[in-house]
Design a protein around this ligand. Structure first.
Ligand SMILES: Cc1cc2nc3c(=O)[nH]c(=O)nc-3n(C[C@H](O)[C@H](O)[C@H](O)COP(=O)(O)OP(=O)(O)OC[C@H]3O[C@@H](n4cnc5c(N)ncnc54)[C@H](O)[C@@H]3O)c2cc1C
Length: 378
């Protein structure tokens, strides 16, 4: 068993990390968290570098990165904020739905601008009454001549308000729980669609919204793929998505620990550095151990996936373990930084807020544990 990255993987890690230091950095991240503005400069630069197409096949202009390379990317882009990573990854995963099931005309209309970093995508699955139980969606789409007519409420749709965003929206086209769900390509300026922003404590620069659909009429061609296949299409990239989340929690947890180490070495109390107190030393040692274990789980799941081996159980294990490691590290970091932890300038409060959301977003911890239990035959 080889636990080391190859030369190519090491170079990729160093390249993305250098980009994060030079083009993103702490100040930019903090400012966008405060202003709740989308990081367009970063998104565009990643487009120019070809990174937004990492998950797409070559025939659609992508780079078809394998899961290990993609995990390395996600670990790096989340180093300062899970929000930054979400700004990039939400569009990338939604693009895979369009690439896999779009017609030639749909791909030609939407993918090139996305690949250049000029267009974002949002995914709208959740509704007020259906989050973890996402198949309980009630928003309806009815065919009327050459048009689909959509009515209902969606919630938590991240990035839907950003100008030019295309929303991939799941709506009910039939009664069957799963086979009654379809996906639609919904431009965010469609008549009858109202988008309101939610004042969330996380995902501030991506932004999260509610959608109200009042007789929204879409051309028949805006159906994505086949009627009744929406649930299956969304499920196709769940393994990849959970892997990428696990990797991003590892990257963010490492920064939270590094910040805690630096602060406790510098800060003096009772004539000593805080890092000399055994209780703090032990906490940091425990956090470092958890992060390393989370990293190994993540890359072991990624390696399985890269080999074409089913890794449903392993990615859920990695996701839940990594987010718990991040939460614990940020929680301990808050304590170690004392009163200063309460200031945004120290960044720790952002890691802490965002870690809490990671325990619910992308499939809550309880749901991941149910998946692991099912894989164990329970
Ligand atoms: C900031 C933010 C951004 C988001 N972005 C998007 C987006 O872009 N697109 C989108 O479609 N959705 C998005 N979501 C929605 C997100 O996916 C849901 O919040 C998540 O699926 C949980 O659903 P819920 O909030 O309705 O909680 P619920 O499903 O009501 O769950 C509440 C609690 O009950 C637990 N629970 C539920 N069912 C079970 C069970 N069977 N066994 C044990 N425990 C259970 C959960 O684990 C959780 O702890 C976003 C949410 C937030 C907060």
């Amino acid at each position: 068993m080889d636990f080391n990255f190859t030369e190519e993987q090491r170079m990729w890690r160093d390249t993305v990390n250098a980009f994060m230091e030079k083009e993103v950095g702490r100040e930019y991240t903090r400012a966008h968290d405060a202003s709740r503005e989308f990081p367009w400069e970063v998104y565009r630069k990643m487009g120019q570098l070809g990174w937004l197409g990492l998950l797409l096949p070559e025939e659609d202009g992508g780079a078809e990165a394998d899961p290990v390379m993609f995990a390395i990317f996600c670990e790096a882009i989340a180093k300062y904020s899970l929000d930054t990573a979400a700004c990039i990854m939400t569009s990338m995963f939604t693009a895979t739905n369009i690439s896999a099931h779009g017609t030639a005309a749909q791909k030609a209309q939407y993918l090139p601008l996305f690949l250049k970093g000029e267009r974002t995508f949002s995914i709208s699955i959740s509704e007020p009454q259906s989050g973890s139980d996402a198949a309980n969606a009630k928003t309806k789409a009815v065919l009327d001549g050459d048009e689909w007519v959509l009515n209902g409420n969606k919630t938590w749709c991240s990035g839907a308000h950003i100008p030019g965003t295309l929303i991939v929206l799941m709506a009910r086209t039939g009664e069957e729980r799963y086979k009654g769900l379809s996906l639609f390509l919904l431009p965010n300026d469609a008549p009858g669609l109202t988008i309101t922003k939610l004042n969330t404590i996380v995902r501030r620069s991506l932004g999260t919204t509610q959608l109200y659909l009042d007789n929204v009429r879409l051309p028949k061609e805006n159906l994505l793929g086949e009627v009744g296949q929406g649930w299956a299409y969304i499920g196709e990239h769940l393994e990849h998505e959970r892997l990428s989340l696990a990797a991003s929690y590892v990257g963010n947890a490492q920064t939270a620990l590094d910040d805690t180490l630096r602060y406790t070495k510098d800060r003096k109390a009772f004539g000593r550095s805080l890092s000399d107190f055994q209780v703090l030393k032990h906490r940091m040692a425990e956090d470092a151990t958890q992060i390393e274990a989370a990293r190994l789980l993540t890359y072991s799941a990624a390696t399985k996936m890269a080999q074409g081996v089913r890794a449903v159980k392993e990615v859920s294990m990695a996701k839940v373990f990594a987010v718990d490691a991040l939460f614990k590290t940020a929680f301990n970091g808050m304590q170690a930084l004392g009163g200063y932890s309460q200031l945004p300038e120290q960044d720790m409060e952002r890691y802490f807020r965002e870690a809490k959301h990671g325990m619910v977003g992308g499939g809550a911890n309880e749901i991941q544990k149910s998946i692991i239990a099912k894989e164990l035959g329970l």
